[in-house]
Write a protein that binds this ligand. Structure first.
Ligand code: TXA
Ligand code: MG
Length: 320
């Protein structure tokens, strides 16, 4: 075991918080069986304690210990996509405390594929509760430096696993009810989930009572105001904002003509590449002090659905 992994495991054992790289985004991890440690996650994130956390484990066998029931859909999806960017919502076992589940009778479980996350989980043995390692409502971190910048003072250590390969959060599928539902589009394309289950998996709207903050309007948001535009709207919108004196950032797939006078952020034109670049780009917009982001989204298929979802939430009206 490497020194870093050993230090991370030691920190978890004494109730500390760690910055944990995963293939999706960096997590803010704590021993899921230690209620005090779990409460610290909420305090550091500034997240309401009723919002449940995902428990990360080393294997599907370990996941089943946290589940009170393991339906055939869970088994099929775990076999197809674990380790990987998929979170399953199942009925909880007594291992999953109210602190982790926000008092719900279900628990979110995920076996990540990132080699460092796997090494930590295997050496630790138990479950690691980890939300994305950002302050509540803000952009998720995709590098160790993002975590250090935002939460550095509040964590024991940040493991550096390089830039995240997927770049958006896991796909969340709720298999705890009568019919599977998609709670959050993410790194596993909805089409692939539907293919494995052999049925349609509806995306639940924000109007439901599911307590998933990733489903709130205005989430994943940079400080700059963000607007979604089509490639055709880009030029006139940019000129209008520039004429009003705004410092304008444009995020658009390679190949879309960039208006003059804007700060251009070209992202890969394929959906996976766009996803990988998304959050680092939004952070860079803020780091450069730009006021306005005009974003040309990818098509809403494959992982592109997750990108469109995050851009839409980043563009939602902010609360008071
Ligand atoms: O890719 C990911 O999922 C990352 C990495 C670190 O694994 N984690 C992540 O965690 O995005 P977080 O807390 O930022 O988002 C998890 C989402 C939240 O919207 C939460 O409410 C929802 O999962 N969730 C967790 N447990 C749930 C449950 N029992 N029922 C419904 N939603 C749940
Ligand atoms: Mg999050």
């Amino acid at each position: 075991m490497s020194d870093d992994v050993q230090r991370a495991v030691d920190a978890l054992r004494v109730g500390g918080l760690i910055g944990l790289p995963t293939e999706t985004v960096y997590g803010l991890g704590a021993d899921a069986s230690n209620e005090l440690a779990v409460r610290r996650i909420f305090a550091v994130k500034g997240r309401p304690s009723s919002h449940p956390l995902i428990v990360h484990v080393a294997s599907a066998d370990e996941a089943r210990r946290w589940a009170g029931a393991w339906p055939v859909e869970a088994e099929a999806l775990a076999r197809a996509f674990w380790p990987g960017p998929l979170t399953l919502i199942v009925k909880r076992s007594p291992l999953a405390s109210d602190a982790v589940t926000g008092g719900q009778d279900t628990v979110g479980l995920r076996v990540p594929s990132h080699p460092l996350a796997r090494a930590v989980l295997e050496a630790f043995g138990g479950g690691v509760a980890a939300p994305s390692a950002n302050r509540f409502g803000r952009v998720s971190p995709t590098t160790a430096q993002h975590v250090r910048d935002e939460l550095g003072a509040d964590v024991e250590l940040v493991l550096d696993g390089g830039p995240c390969g997927v770049g958006v959060e896991s796909t969340i599928v709720d298999v705890s009810g009568l019919a599977p539902r998609l709670l959050r589009p993410g790194g596993v394309a909805r089409e692939r989930v539907e293919h494995v289950l052999g049925r349609e998996v509806p995306l639940v709207s924000t109007a439901t009572d599911v307590r998933a903050p990733g489903l709130l309007e205005s989430h994943y948001a940079p400080r700059a105001g963000l607007w979604l535009v089509t490639a055709a709207q880009l030029e006139p919108e940019a000129q209008r904002r520039l004429a009003a004196g705004a410092k304008v950032a444009v995020v658009a797939p390679l190949g879309v003509p960039m208006p003059a006078g804007v700060t251009a952020f070209e992202v890969p034109a394929d959906d996976a590449g766009y996803a990988r670049a998304l959050y680092a780009t939004l952070r860079e917009v803020d780091a450069r002090g730009l006021d306005v982001v005009l974003a040309v989204p990818p098509s809403a298929s494959g992982v592109g659905l997750a990108v469109v979802d995050r851009l839409r939430r980043a563009s939602a009206p902010r609360g008071p």
